[in-house]
Design a binder for this molecule. Structure first.
Ligand code: PMP
Length: 369
């Protein structure tokens, strides 16, 4: 079986599983306890923070461990909320964990702007400029779209922010970018950056929020004061150590080059049929494909014994009105679309075979229509 839904989740590295086991079974102490073994675990967490900060290219700031990107996004947004006449800015292409939190701010009576996407799948930078002002408290923007692979130019956004909304924090949902495309938070100008371990071969249920300046953020979970008071609750030590292992064993640049060539080999296989449209928006890790004349879900189910492909964000319905694709492509392309997402450990043989299976299933389904 060839797995091509890596934007949904990825298989854990064997080494990360071993590391998980070590910290779940042998070195299982609560890092907040006062005896020597526990203090050692606490310093291991400190080392993991350092590894993440280095990979993020941060020269200052902190890493707050969380239960994953949904929580990191909630902490970034709700933690930035202030009373009074502040404004909040999001793109119309955000993951539901950001979009729903934005809607919650709206329901509470805040001024919230949703900036539409351009045809390239990126935020419309001109429209962004129009909504920013002195009262903007937060701009929250996805780095790489989990639906389309479009890459937002975060550096451009941070320079627009510096010019028009100097008091605003910039939060970036980097789930589909971290360990996949090279960047540094310093260079991007991000104040807050979300990551999730299960998208880069770590475990599910663990992630982090990079926080440039802790003073800008308030906690949304109350308790024992772990994670500098920003996220109470005993840390998921095994998960964090496995996440660290994964980060240390990913060569982002080499993987990106490999995935570029996998994508090329895969698309070569589908070339020549004008009813198959590949929507390439940026990151080679994620492509949206339309198989015109066949419902995406029907195709996905037809091939699933041999090839697993996605139907977009697991948290959204791709068919009944996809909030993001609707802004970019016509309706008939949306209903016939699937999401194919790669990891760097696939082989060319895998992706060529996957292309053949998809082509063949598509042909068979068209004959039945
Ligand atoms: N943001 C993006 C861009 C995502 O792709 C995902 C996962 N689909 C999330 C947030 C949520 O991540 P998690 O599963 O860690 O809560």
């Amino acid at each position: 079986m060839i797995y091509l839904d890596n934007a949904g989740t990825t298989p854990m590295f064997e080494g990360a599983v071993e590391e998980y086991k070590k910290y779940a079974c042998d070195v299982f102490y609560n890092p907040s306890a006062g005896y020597g073994e526990a203090i050692k675990v606490s310093s291991e967490l400190g080392a993991a923070r350092k590894v993440l900060l280095d990979k993020l290219g941060a020269v200052k700031g902190d890493v707050i461990f969380t239960s994953g990107a949904t929580e990191s996004n909630n902490l970034a947004i709700q933690g930035s909320e202030r009373s009074g006449k502040w404004e909040y800015v999001f793109s119309a292409g955000e993951h539901p964990s950001v979009n729903s939190t934005a809607n919650n701010l709206l329901q509470k009576g805040h001024i919230v702007h949703f900036v539409p996407l351009g045809k390239d799948g990126q935020i419309d930078y001109n429209k962004l400029e129009k909504v920013l002002n002195e009262k903007t408290r937060l701009i929250s923007l996805i780095h790489v779209s989990n639906e389309t692979g479009a890459i937002n130019d975060i550096k451009r956004v941070s320079s627009i922010r510096d010019r028009l909304a100097p008091k605003a924090l910039l939060h970036v949902d980097g789930v589909q970018a971290f360990c996949k495309i090279p960047f540094s938070v310093e260079d991007l100008g991000a104040d807050l950056y979300t990551i999730s371990a299960h998208k880069f071969h770590g475990p599910k249920g663990v992630g982090a929020l990079y926080v440039k300046n802790r003073n800008g953020l308030k906690n949304i979970v109350f308790g024992g004061g772990q994670e500098s008071g920003l996220r109470s609750g005993t840390e998921n030590v095994a998960g964090i150590m496995a996440m660290k292992w994964a980060v240390q064993h990913i060569d982002t640049k080499a993987n990106l080059a490999k995935v570029q060539s996998l994508k090329k080999a895969f698309l070569n296989e589908l070339e020549g049929d004008c009813r198959i449209k590949a929507l390439e928006f940026g990151s080679p890790y994620i492509i949206s494909l339309s198989f015109m004349g066949v419902k995406g879900e029907t195709l996905m189910r037809a091939v699933e014994n041999e090839v697993i492909i996605g139907t977009g964000s697991a948290c959204s319905t791709r068919y009944a009105g996809n909030r993001i694709l609707e802004q970019l492509i016509p309706h008939d392309l949306i209903t016939s679309s699937v999401r194919v997402s790669f990891n760097a450990y696939l082989t060319e043989e895998d992706v060529v075979r996957a292309g053949q299976v998809l082509k063949c299933a598509f042909k068979n389904l068209l004959e039945k229509v």
